[in-house]
Design a protein around this ligand. Structure first.
Ligand code: GDP
Length: 140
């Protein structure tokens, strides 16, 4: 399997509860390397653009407001099959359906405040990484 990069976001519900380090430990224990990371506050415009694909969904406005409610940690994770590996460390979108020991099973508050985002395809990973990071900010 090839080395890949994926975009991860530790969401405001998790930064508020001081969970950044515990979540990062789960990534690192799974063999994912944090090759870029910054703590930022998303604007409405940024969060709206990032989740543009969900614009027609009934939860869009609420999702955008939950993503701007506090700081997020945006990161690039690198490793063998990083995109799928991260999705399996994260667990299912709905924490009630997430496998035990996944980030969402352990930490998510709800289907919306579910602690982490992770890219779901190579195309989305490339676009989402470029949304937040310049190439010079990524240090393997
Ligand atoms: P993900 O790839 O597992 O993050 O899931 P999606 O791409 O389907 O959804 C993006 C984000 O929208 C999720 O991580 C949740 O924060 C939120 N979301 C998804 N489904 C629902 C829902 O049914 N209700 C609400 N309130 N939020 C949702």
């Amino acid at each position: 399997m090839a080395t890949e990069r994926t975009l991860s976001i530790i969401k405001p519900d998790a930064t508020r509860r001081n969970l950044t380090g515990r979540i990062n430990a789960l990534f690192e224990e799974a063999g994912l390397r944090i090759v870029a990371q910054k703590r930022i506050r998303l604007s409405d415009l940024q969060a709206g653009a990032f989740y543009e694909v969900h614009k027609e969904r009934p939860f869009y406005a609420s999702l955008v407001s939950s993503m701007t409610a506090g700081p997020v940690v945006v990161q690039v994770l690198e490793g063998e099959g990083a995109i799928l590996k991260n999705r399996s460390v994260m667990g299912a979108t709905d924490p009630k359906k997430a496998e035990p020991n996944t980030v969402r099973a352990q930490f998510a508050e709800s289907i919306e405040a579910n602690s982490v985002h992770g890219s779901d395809s190579p195309e989305n990973a490339a676009a989402e990484i470029a949304f937040f990071f310049a190439g010079t900010e990524i240090l393997p």
